[in-house]
Design a protein around this ligand. Sequence first.
Ligand code: NDP
Length: 475
Amino acid sequence: GGARIGVTGLAVMGRNLARNLARHGHPVAVHNRTPARTKALVEEFGHEGTFLPARSPEEFTAALERPRRLVIMVKAGEPTDAVIEEFAPLLEPGDMIVDGGNAHYADTRRREAALRERGLHFVGTGISGGEEGALHGPSIMPGGSAESYAALGPMLEDIAASVGGTPCCVHVGPDGAGHFVKMVHNGIEYADMQLIAESYDLLRHAAGLSPAEIAEVFRTWNTGRLESYLIEITAEVLAHTDAATGEPFVDVVLDQAEQKGTGRWTVQTALDLGVPVGGIAEAVFARSVSGHADLREAAQGLPGPARSAPAAAGSGFADAVEKALYASKIVAYAQGFHQIQAGSAEYGWDIDRGAMATIWRGGCIIRARFLDRIRAAYEADPATPTLLTDDHFAEALGDAQDAWRDVAATAARAGIPAPGFATALAYYDSLRTRRLPAALTQGQRDFFGAHTYRRTDREGSFHTLWGGDRTERPA
Ligand code: NDP
């Protein structure tokens, strides 16, 4: 006994999480497969609090007060299963294993069910904010049983970021709910980053501004409704000059975006749930397109406009981009929250979407003033099917109409790819359109595959004898 909690896996994330716990006065047992990391942690940071270093899993579990609270911060995937198998036999009914890695929620569901059989609580926990967040206060999204949250919550809320006295940590829901929400958070992060990238590209090539000038534009935006961590760091990156060449940093970086997979998971899951998340999907695809150097090289000679739009050079254009960005951001977030709603319904998680917006206000990558608006929207109408119809958002979307369409059209005319803006606008118009051409799609499906259709004026399913006399039969 002696440690209220333990962390195994002491690479950047685990080490900083352990330090965060110790700094908050929680004695923490620390363990790592390779003992050198444990030793280094205690040597470097032992003065920050009470660390109980353990050399073996047996020593580690023996150091923990009961019920034991054990946090795993190892590489996601097979290593997580290996570590669970190593520790589970040393635990007793009622003990809790927290997985703070970036696990796929389906793996978390599987692990939770298997460990529940053995009387153990498995708490798949999304942790966002990277290395710095882990140390100074991340956004924490724990899944698992309500019982385990009662035992773990206070400590997690202690070390989480806090906004206006409210911790950025709340029990998300059973089994994989926490990792699901963390996954969608990352998907939204992809969409947000893509929209910012498109805004930069338009200001650079349609309006002809320099990276330094665009940094100033983003700094100004960061004092208004777009205020967020991502806008803030965008200005920093754009203002940075490469020491080796004296060129803007953004001009010397290879333009091929990489990804670790959580955006892809979000889109794959959205497809399975039947949720349209065009903003996230286009962001994942935009990174993918950028990486296909061979395709891009092959296409260099294709005809199209040079990337400029003289009409965009006026001072009003940056304001129009700001409006287009805000409107598209509202759409991308509305889609992400729809996915949370759909996942919650599919798995019976009963996720409070307003609470998710609340815990994302601090600690995580998408932290922003904007999330307070989402929190307020769910407070006003917890069951709303879409954020778009919230009073504030509907007003912003109305106010953005001319600008949003001008910016999307300017991009198309100038030959500047803006898939994020385009898909957001198309989604918005699709939802508000009274009659969609889906009726024609249904006709085609009935023609070639006898897939049947429903009618606007009568109940039931119907099929037209397309190959015969074209009379209609009830199906
Ligand atoms: P890594 O993902 O690089 O994993 C390294 C750690 O895993 C080391 O402690 C290593 O031990 C341990 N490990 C790997 N394989 C095994 C195994 N088979 N058995 C036992 N231990 C093993 O560490 P990070 O700190 O970067 O990330 C930890 C987790 O947090 C990951 O799941 C990652 O996806 C997630 N993460 C989250 C971030 C966020 O912002 N939320 C940011 C970064 C990561 P050893 O030292 O012995 O090799």
